[in-house]
Design a protein. Structure first.
Length: 162
């Protein structure tokens, strides 16, 4: 019995340490990786506050992401998403560059100057209902070889539409 109580206590303590705090990020907070890079790509997520819809056994947070560079042509070298939890931005995933062309309609990861690129069905899908903040980011090089970036946040809620 003493062994069972000890094991249960250890399990409860380890579970409490693994809990994540999904609070809202402070205004103007940025992942460390992006802080030293000049911002030159506009990133917009719509809607900014995104409520899920339940379809069968899954929740869908349906949103669109748009990227645009007004200053010059840009070759994207990296893109992905961060999640905000435990009071910091945590890398969720860096995506393979070939997916940029498929999802946004670029060619060879090149953004033409002044041309908006849209991922219309950039949806989060999951069986569990939980909210949180995400940040889509893009890093690229301009024609002069300068590194630039862009990022935009989206708040996914735990308040279903249906």
């Amino acid at each position: 019995m003493k062994t069972i109580i000890t094991l249960l206590s250890a399990l409860i303590v380890s579970m409490s340490w693994s809990q994540s705090n999904y609070a809202a990020p402070p205004k103007n907070s940025t992942p460390e990786k992006l802080k030293q890079i000049k911002v030159g790509i506009e990133v917009l997520n719509f809607p900014k506050e995104n409520h899920p819809i339940k379809i069968e056994d899954n929740y869908y947070w349906k949103h669109t992401t748009v990227i645009l560079c007004q200053d010059s042509e840009i070759t994207i070298t990296e893109y992905g998403a961060y999640l905000y939890y435990n009071n910091t931005w945590n890398l969720r995933k860096s995506y393979p560059l070939k997916e940029l062309d498929k999802n946004f309609g670029t060619k060879k990861q090149i953004m033409q100057q002044g041309q908006p690129y849209v991922w219309a069905n950039n949806w989060r899908v999951g069986e569990k209902l939980f909210g949180g903040w995400a940040m889509w980011y893009f890093i690229g090089k301009d024609k002069n070889g300068n590194t630039i970036c862009g990022y935009g946040t989206i708040n996914t809620t735990d308040k279903p539409l249906n």
